[in-house]
Design a protein around this ligand. Structure first.
Ligand code: UT7
Length: 349
């Protein structure tokens, strides 16, 4: 059976970074709370008029360049986002066309923060088919489109204006999630490998729609209330933060133990735990429960916030470029997010 190997990676973080102090201009929050409760210090936001495909394009170009490949070398695109450019079509076909991959099949995943794990499992299966040698896996998010504040001049402090009492109240009501998300894109080119023992060794994936209401944007194609039927609240994120936190801390360690058991390796054999960056406290708790050294679970949430489907490919790119990721290592990707979708993937790179 052929395996897969990581041939190239790229990332793109748009524009300047926005600090916690910037956010305190548009909603009732403060740097101390955000740092202590989440580990986040700054995040980037997608520019006005742009979307996930715009952020994905430079990340994909960088991934192709680092793999020494041309767009024509790509056989499939897997696009992960919870903030697609349009209700349809998906963002994968848009980025494919801009990249010069028109005609190449493109599939969007709707597994939110855990989407990269689904992409790795699907890529692994696709690469065992004749004719598919290289797959471009992308994670990109433009959360700024749905932030509960809108006025960038106030956010940036380039105006004396203050938010209206209504704008302040709305943004502050949503401050729990309004401070955690950031925008960005990461891309990974995976390639078929005939080398024995490389590639996806085991997968432990789950989805449970019973908890869908705990983290969702309710608006959609519901008959009689298309796109929320004019209720602006239903187009914003609804998140029971504490419950999501508890479930993540409970389920992620179990998943990592299960995936290691399936592959016949010990948790301590894993070189890197490349975890979704939702909240530093979640990842610290997962390390503690697994009894692993925190240094084996790298973090960049401080700089980027939670970029949902983009956290894992951005981190993979950083680690590949600074030399932490090396051929032959055993890595475990893990994530928990809306749906709920969660799990882990064990890869020998
Ligand atoms: O990536 C997808 C998966 N998502 C997650 O994994 C998110 C998981 N959940 C979390 O990361 C955390 O629940 C949050 C960071 C979202 C919230 O942190 P928390 O410690 O669970 O806070 P909380 O919502 O329970 O609120 C505690 C207090 C409340 O004040 P009172 O009622 O105790 O006076 C909130 O009003 O903190 C207040 N608060 C804030 N204060 C300042 C909530 N958000 C903020 C804020 N700034 N941004």
């Amino acid at each position: 059976m052929p395996g897969l190997t990581i041939a190239g990676t790229g990332r793109y973080l748009p524009g300047r970074a926005y600090t916690n102090h910037d956010l305190a201009r548009v909603l009732d929050t403060n740097d101390e709370w955000i740092r202590q409760r989440t580990g986040i210090v700054q995040r980037h936001y997608c520019p006005v008029g742009q979307g996930a495909a715009d952020l994905a394009l430079p990340a994909c170009q960088e991934a192709l360049a680092s793999a020494g490949l041309e767009p024509r070398d790509i056989d499939f695109i897997l696009f992960n986002t919870m903030t697609p450019d349009h209700l349809f079509p998906g963002s994968g076909t848009l980025v494919g066309a801009r990249l010069g991959c028109a005609g190449v099949p493109a599939l969007d995943f709707r597994a939110q923060c855990a989407a990269m794990l689904y992409s790795f499992q699907v890529a692994d299966a696709l690469l065992s088919r004749d004719g598919i040698r290289r797959i471009l896996i992308v994670g990109a998010e433009a959360h700024a489109a749905l932030m509960p504040w809108l006025d960038r001049e106030i956010l940036e402090g380039t105006t004396q204006r203050k938010p209206s009492p209504e704008a302040w109240e709305l943004a502050s009501r949503h401050r729990g999630w309004g401070v955690v998300f950031g925008d960005g894109a990461g891309a990974v080119v995976v390639e078929r490998s005939e080398e024995q023992g490389t590639g996806v060794l085991a997968v432990d994936l789950h989805s449970d729609g019973n908890d869908a209401a705990q983290l969702c944007i309710p608006a959609g194609f519901r008959v009689g209330s298309y796109l929320g039927g004019g209720d602006p609240d239903s187009t914003l994120i609804h998140m029971q933060g504490r419950e999501v936190f508890k479930q993540a801390v409970l389920r992620l360690p179990r998943s990592v133990e299960a995936v290691c058991e399936t592959a016949g390796v010990r948790v301590s054999d894993v070189d890197w735990f490349i975890a979704h960056q939702a909240n530093q406290r979640i990842n610290d708790a997962v390390c503690e429960r697994l009894g692993i050294r925190p240094e084996t679970m790298p973090s960049n949430i401080e700089r980027y916030g939670n970029t949902s489907a983009a956290t894992i490919p951005i981190l993979l790119d950083e680690m590949r470029r600074d030399g932490r990721l090396q051929r032959g290592q055993l890595i475990c990707l893990l994530a928990f997010g809306a749906g709920f979708h969660w799990g882990s993937v064990l890869v020998r790179i």
